[in-house]
Design a protein. Structure first.
Length: 242
């Protein structure tokens, strides 16, 4: 997987992603990160990339030309047989979730566009953007943090990024269920004991317990997800969902 990030703050992206699991994947060349500084493509001698909005209003708007020139600098280097997929991080996009992460992980290359100020000239967005994504109903100072969230979630689904690829399949939101509770040593902490079933060594019972814990946790904490989860009739009955 190769990521291109069009941004005014490439160091923010690089410092945020060149650490921990994602950083190791970059070192191993399992994923590749290419940051493109939009200011480098400004036609202004002072590297200015914004201007006042037509029609008036507060704040400044990023100009179309430097964004488009930055995009063109990499568009020709991506897969030749199709237009590159360009993800614009915006509160106006569809809300990012695990299903979208899986969808994006199937791509070989992705371009992320990070806005700033009051936004980006609409004309260039119409020209290059294929996907509008939001990480939630709130406003950030720029798209960099949102881009890193999406890249992190997508990268974990790229084969070889995680030490144990199975963990990407059984964590939260697998089968539309939240992950079951986890425990480690010691067996007792401040009077709280590890559930006996986890100490039993009986793998089938452990899996059954974990499954039910996931279902119950989802029903309690994220009831909006449980309606789309794949549950057996017995499980529905136990939860009173019939």
């Amino acid at each position: 997987m190769k990521y291109h990030v069009l941004t005014l703050f490439p160091e923010m992206i690089e410092q945020g992603l060149n650490t921990s699991i994602i950083g190791r994947a970059i070192e191993k060349e399992i994923i590749e990160l290419n940051t493109v500084d939009i200011r480098d493509y400004s036609v202004n001698k002072h590297k200015k990339v914004d201007d006042y909005p037509y029609g008036g209003g507060a704040g400044m708007v990023m100009q179309a030309e430097p964004v488009y020139r930055a995009y063109q600098s990499i568009a020709g280097t991506t897969q030749k047989d199709k237009k590159p997929r360009v993800v614009f991080l915006t509160p106006q996009g569809r809300v990012f979730n695990q299903s979208i992460a899986k969808e994006l992980a199937a791509e070989e290359e992705l371009i992320f566009l990070c806005g700033h100020y009051e936004g980006i000239d609409e004309r260039v967005l119409e020209m290059i953007v294929t996907d509008n994504l939001s990480i939630g109903d709130y406003v950030l100072t720029g798209g960099e943090l949102a881009a890193m969230v999406v890249i992190d979630a997508v990268s974990r689904l790229v084969p070889g990024v995680l030490n144990n690829d199975v963990s990407a399949e059984i964590e939260s939101f697998h089968d539309n269920l939240l992950e079951y509770p986890q425990y480690t040593r010691p067996e007792e902490f401040e009077g709280r004991k590890v559930p006996e079933v986890l100490l039993s060594g009986h793998h089938q019972k452990i899996e059954q317990w974990r499954r039910m814990q996931s279902i119950q946790r989802t029903a309690t904490r994220r009831p909006d997800l449980i309606k789309d989860a794949s549950l057996t009739e017995k499980e529905k009955k136990e939860l009173g969902l019939n």
